[in-house]
Design a protein. Structure first.
Length: 203
């Protein structure tokens, strides 16, 4: 390594996949202790705390929270810490489908508005579609060979990926969430004929 190269020091905020609460106090006490400035910031409250529905949890002891409640508090703590890079591991864990969509929008809006960098590990398909602008599709055989395709827009990337799995998605007309079509159903066959494996338009 060339010692003459000066690497910038970056502040990192990390949300782990597994959350094991050790704090003895309430959620409010934790937030005031860890992210006091952001906890009282009106914009952070509007963009992060209110959408994640943290207000009803403030008086609760941290150790009494459910998995989903802990996940939401952990996201607030992670985003509330001033950092150059945000590392967020499995933000969908323990969240129901509605909460996952809300969390996706909160994370994306916060990162874009703050003009920071985030690395997010996520295996939930729905959450990934809300977080992503572009997609890199990998093709090949596991542990044998792999081809990384150039980045493409989210719809084209998901189309390529779903076609390789022979699965089609449609957007639910009631809640707008992507849903898997039943194999060989009329909708499934229709989308395959049209080459629209990831169908985002409403009929």
């Amino acid at each position: 390594m060339d010692e003459s190269i000066q690497l910038p020091k970056l502040n990192v905020s990390y949300k782990p996949q597994k959350i094991s609460p050790k704090f003895e106090g309430t959620v409010q006490e934790l937030l005031e202790q860890k992210i006091k400035t952001m906890f009282s910031h009106p914009q952070f409250n509007t963009d992060v705390i209110k959408p994640l529905n943290i207000q009803p949890l403030l008086s609760h002891k941290l150790k009494t929270l459910s998995g989903g409640e802990l996940q939401r508090v952990a996201l607030v703590l992670c985003l509330g810490k001033p950092a150059d890079v945000y590392l967020i591991d499995e933000p969908s864990a323990y969240l129901d489908s509605e909460q996952r969509i809300v969390a996706s929008k909160v994370i994306k809006r916060f990162i874009l508005h703050s003009k920071k960098t985030a690395f997010i590990v996520e295996h939930d398909f729905i959450m990934a579609t809300y977080l992503a602008d572009k997609v890199v599709v990998y093709e090949g055989k596991p542990a044998e060979e792999c081809i990384a395709n150039p980045p493409v827009n989210m719809v084209d990337g998901m189309n390529t990926f779903l076609k390789s799995l022979n699965i089609t998605f449609r957007r639910d007309p009631d809640n707008y969430r992507p849903r898997i079509n039943k194999e060989n159903s009329q909708k499934d066959q229709e989308q395959k004929r049209e080459g629209k494996y990831f169908h985002t338009e409403l009929d």
